[in-house]
Structures are given as structure tokens and as C-alpha cells.
Design a protein around this ligand. Sequence first.
Ligand SMILES: [Zn+2]
Length: 430
Amino acid sequence: MAGAATEGKLSPALPLATLIGRELRGDGSERPLVRYGHSGFAKRGEDYFLVKPDCLRVPGDPSSAFSVFAVFDGHNGVSAAVFSKEKLLEHVMSAVPQGISREDWLQALPRALVAGFVKTDIDFQRKGETSGTTATLVVVDGFTVTVASVGDSRCILDTQGGEVSLLTVDHRLEENAEERERVTASGGEVSRLNLCGGQEVGPLRCWPGGLCLSRSIGDTDVGEFIVPIPHVKQVKLPNTGGRLIIASDGIWDALSSETAAQACRGLPAELAAKLVVKQALKTSGLKDDTTCVVVDIIPSDHCSTPPALSPKRNQNMLKSLIFGRRSHSSVGKLSKSASLSSVEEIFEEGSAMLEERLGRNFPSKANLPPFRCAICQVDQEPFEGLMTDNVGGCCSAPSTPWGGPYLCSDCRKKKDAMEGKRSSRSTTCR
Ligand SMILES: [Zn+2]
């Protein structure tokens, strides 16, 4: 799938030219254009992607448009990836308070992303299926980009200044010591596969289950310390815009962030996605888990001929003109200063502790009911909620004091299970 859309796009009846014309006349807003393309192979068919260029924050109000893109790399079957593709965005959006300003909405997104990922995991596990998936969800609102991710799919950002930044963190046990510590502390065992004769092979995995990832959605047969709590990063792009490359691990095992960005500079998104995949295949020779979505965020005053993204001939000249010299090892570094030419870091948090992610005192301006669960958004009667808090369910494992917002009993069980305190799956006492 590939295509182009403006963020102001509401009705399919409006041709792109009309929308571009509006942007050019300046009667829309200063919002950038968003163009995208997709390519990829998944030999086992376990990769899925999501492209939703025309979401609305306020129903019926085109000025509240935003775009969503996602990559899901499933394992042990496709059902977790399919379920996440269908439900994750809905769950995230249901956790954002209604009737708030754009600024408040953007501020509420990181917390809503955590709630939406956890709710999707809880709902999927109720189905009793064992598959799992990575999930990298990207929300583009104007020049503000918010990325939430579990697993080892990645999102990188390439700006016209030539800086390439990684907006996600890999949740791979092999490469993430902090996650190994967390999994071990929560009761998991981290080791390599043990062949007969005691020979250890392959990457570090967690047991039970043998998964190489430390975070995912699904994976019901793996310990619950494999959590669905995403790393979230929110940045504001410079007014020159930028390019996002969202892809599954088959791409990143073959290409560095820099190489992927360089492979497709100067090309429109659709062609860029194809080239990144082609480059990865050339390097690794594997046609698996190589799903790639390229998203260009283009200043509207450049929309007719976006210089950096133009597919015009003489690409090499364009490249040198526009991107100039590359700075070395810029991956992962972001400028925290707000300037016209650099990326502004607004928010970043990767903790696996729900209390830290949902906040002790959520400054809600939306007057939410006091007993609405911060994860599943279900309202409970005050009496019911208090009982849950005081009694802690039928099992004897005590729940630790909780400084976060109100959670229903099921979501509280899930929280405890993720921290290794009890299983959320045993609903009866043994
Ligand atoms: Zn709940």
C-alpha cells in the first residue's frame, strides 16, 4: 500500500490537488503534509502494518486531523499481530480524555499509549491464544511525533539537517541489560537455549517460554514479566519537517539507522520504502520480517516540490545540497533545545513500572469519574472499587501499596503479575 494524504483530508471526495491548493493558499493551517509508502516481505506472513492518515481528534473537525502508522511483527502465529492491528489504536484513543485542547491531548498521549498497549495485551490474553507481537505505533500530529514501541521493531527519524535519530528502544534480552535485570527480578530466568550436552546456542531468551524479547503484546505462554508497557518518545520536528522509517527487525538486522536513511534520501516515500527493503535484502539475503513504512512530514509551503523528498533526477546533487555533511554517530542523540533547525525532545519514558507510567497525580482537566480504570476505562461503582482495593482479590498474595490512579481489579491483577507478584491468569485459589 502506498499513497499520499494531507492531514486536513477528511472526505475521500476531495481530490488531493484541491487540498494542496488550500494549503498553498494558506487557508488551511501551517500543518505539514504527510506522505507515506510501504513495502516488505514476511515469509511466514507474520508482519502487519497500519496506515491511518486521516484520524480526527475532534469528530467532524478537519483542523484536528492527525495520522497514525504502525508495524506489528508477530511470532508464534499471526493472531496477536492481527488483533493489535485491529484494536491497539482504538484502545489508545479511548484512554485520552475527551474535550481537551490539542496541547493537552498531546500531553495526555504518552499515558494513553501505555494504557492502550496494556489493555490490548489483557484483551488478547483473554482469547487464550499464545502468539505474540512487537508493536511500534507512531502518531503524527502537525510537526509533533509520538512513538510507542514494544519489542524490536524500530522507528528512526531523518531530518533535513542530516541527523538520524532512533525514536525507539530495542526490547531484546541479548542487548538490553536493564531489561534482563527486570525480568530476572520478576521471576524469569534468562539464558541461552541449552542443547544436549550442555552447549548453549543462540541469543539470550527468557524462560519459561524461550522468547528473545523482553516486551511484547500477547505471548500468553510466556511469563508475565514479558510486559506490554511501551517505551514512549515524543518529539517536535523542526519546521523543515523530516522522514520517519518504521520497520521490523529484518530491516534493522541488515541495516543501521544511518544506512537505511541514506539508502532512500531524495526519493518519495513510496519508492523510499521499496529501496530500504531492497537494500536490506541485498545485505542479508533473507526475505523475512522486512516490513517497512516510510512517512514524510513535509512543510506545506514545500508541498508542490518538497526539495528533500523530490524524486527528481540528479539525486546526488540534491543530496549534497540539502543534507550537507553528515555528523558522525548522531544516532540516538537529540537536541533538547527548541530551535527551528533541530529536533525538540518533549517526552521520553521507558520504565516497565505502571505506577511511574500512569502517574501518581494525573492532572486531568477532563473531570473523569473517580472510579474509571486508568487502563481499561471501565467505570466501577465506588463500593466495588473500594472492595477491590482493600481486599485484593481472593488469592492471598498481598498487593503492594499503589500510588497510581484507580485501577479495576482485573487491571490491578495484571499490574501485580507484570511485577512478578502473582499470576493474573489464576482466577481461582489453589
Ligand atoms: Zn481495568
